[in-house]
Design a protein around this ligand. Structure first.
Ligand code: FES
Ligand code: FES
Length: 141
């Protein structure tokens, strides 16, 4: 697939030097999800405290898009309220639908915007965000 060089560099940087890869000692919630189209999987652990995601870690095996997206997502949601995190997840899905979304200080995430032209890759990029939603949505009900 073709992505521009800057985007490719950002994605490869997160893939090779993943942020927040590993496991928490005492997680509040743990979510495991696969991408049904390829079988790749992600496990996400979140530490939750008073409506805030205080820490996030992930493990799993997958392509560069899925793993870099998990790295970016965990970085983006740490320290955020549940509402802010779910709002970011919404904005990420708009980005994947080809909308022009800005992530302000989280601009690394915008490197994944080029993925929206490749439907199979959208599933890769969205895997970590789906795990996040699965972990947080039950807390907000
Ligand atoms: Fe291009 Fe996986 S990153 S196919
Ligand atoms: Fe499996 Fe991307 S090819 S998550």
């Amino acid at each position: 697939m073709e992505l521009n060089d800057l985007y490719r560099r950002v994605i490869m940087d997160h893939y090779k030097n993943p942020r927040n890869r590993g496991e928490l000692e005492q997680e509040s919630v743990a979510i495991a999800l696969n991408n049904p189209t390829c079988g790749d999987r992600i496990s996400l652990q979140l530490q939750l405290e008073d409506g805030i995601i205080t820490d996030a870690r992930f493990t799993g095996e997958g392509c560069s898009i899925s793993m870099s997206s998990a790295s970016m997502m965990t970085e983006a949601v740490k320290g955020r309220s549940y509402e802010e995190a779910l709002d970011l997840a919404e904005r990420f899905s708009s980005l994947m639908q080809g909308q022009d979304v800005e992530f302000e200080e989280l601009e690394d995430i915008e490197a994944l915007s080029g993925v929206n032209k490749f439907p199979a890759r959208i599933k890769c990029a969205t895997l970590a965000w789906n795990a996040l939603k699965k972990g947080i949505e039950p807390q907000t009900n």
